[in-house]
Design a protein around this ligand. Structure first.
Ligand SMILES: C[S@@+](CC[C@H](N)C(=O)[O-])C[C@H]1O[C@@H](n2cnc3c(N)ncnc32)[C@H](O)[C@@H]1O
Length: 303
């Protein structure tokens, strides 16, 4: 069987299973099992496929046809250009969270910190600290570490299984990851006391669904992604309340907190931020134009 025949049979299987983009999905799976990128899949189309790749592809197709999200089937996904391992222990990083990362990086720049690539010889020298609370795969923490060359980046999670994935991603991400520190515990309580009052920027994409919203999610999310990454509690606002109640104590006097939220939560979460002493509170939109990111500053921004 040639690579083209293997691909066509796989596309037919996914199409028969009702998948909307079988060609794209098979291209990714084929790359995963064969190492052939999209262009090579074309140039090698009439070459014989390996038995090993055919067997591996068949296993991936079985998993996908059983409803497992493509990202878990592939075992990795890209976030802000960084390749991350992902499996059922962590939330799949979303495009809207890339917007959160960009806003947090812009906020560090506004506070006077340098944005740019890490000098390969700079080692792990850091000048200030930032934190990603509820890091999951480590997505936001690594995006910050790559973009902010002088930042010490704290990545926390309450779930040790999620932290195991974050640890693997940090270990596999090269020089910037030398500045990432992992810590287990609930929100700020995971951090060492010495960071109190010192964090320049805090970023979090906490669970923000109300418990009764879980049943409204597509099965591909509800049946596969960790409930602790999705559901906050009865109202969906619990994580925001806990984080914002402690944030002023941990941020430096001019620091900023950047939070991902669901569009309908923008007003209540802004209210919680103001009630906790944040005087400048803004809501930014995601790529689809929906309210998605809260930026709360301890002091008024002058521009
Ligand atoms: C929506 S996921 C976000 C994961 C990752 N930051 C991202 O954006 O892809 C929320 C994460 O918060 C973690 N989490 C839930 N409750 C927590 C708590 N009390 N303290 C710290 N982390 C918590 C979950 O384990 C999960 O990894």
């Amino acid at each position: 069987m040639t690579w083209a025949e293997l691909r066509d049979a796989a596309v037919d299987r996914l199409r028969a299973g009702g998948f909307e983009q079988p060609g794209v999905e098979v291209r990714w799976m084929l790359e995963e099992v064969s190492g052939l990128d999209a262009a090579e899949q074309v140039t090698e189309a009439s070459a014989p496929a390996t038995v090993r790749a055919a067997n591996a592809l068949s296993e991936l197709l079985d998993r996908r046809l059983a409803g497992e999200p493509l990202q878990y089937v592939l075992g990795s996904w890209s976030f802000c250009g960084i390749d991350l391992l992902v499996d059922r222990r962590v939330l799949i990083p979303r495009p809207e969270t890339e917007v959160v990362a960009q806003i947090a990086i812009a906020e560090a720049a506004r506070l006077g910190e340098r944005v740019g690539s890490t000098d390969a010889w700079a080692g792990a020298i850091t000048e200030y600290a930032v934190a990603d609370l509820g890091t999951g795969s480590g997505a936001l923490a690594l995006a910050l570490a790559f973009a902010l060359p002088e930042a010490e980046v704290w990545a926390t999670d309450v779930d040790p299984d999620a932290l195991a994935i974050a640890r693997a991603n940090v270990a596999g991400s090269g020089t910037p990851s030398a500045r990432v520190r992992l810590a287990e515990g609930s929100w700020f309580a995971a951090l060492p006391d010495g960071l109190r009052g010192r964090l320049r920027v805090v970023v979090a994409n906490p669970p923000y669904l109300a418990a009764d919203e879980l049943s409204t999610l597509p099965p591909e999310v509800a049946d596969w992604e960790p409930v602790g990454a999705l559901v906050s509690g009865r109202t969906g606002l619990e994580a925001f309340e806990a984080i914002l109640a402690a944030a002023s104590e941990w941020l430096d006097p001019t620091g900023t907190i950047v939070l991902e939220l669901a569009p309908h939560q923008a007003e209540p979460v802004a209210e919680i931020a103001r009630a906790n002493g944040f005087c400048s509170v803004e809501v930014h939109q995601d790529l689809a134009g929906r309210d998605r990111v809260l930026v709360a500053r301890r002091v008024e921004s002058d521009g």
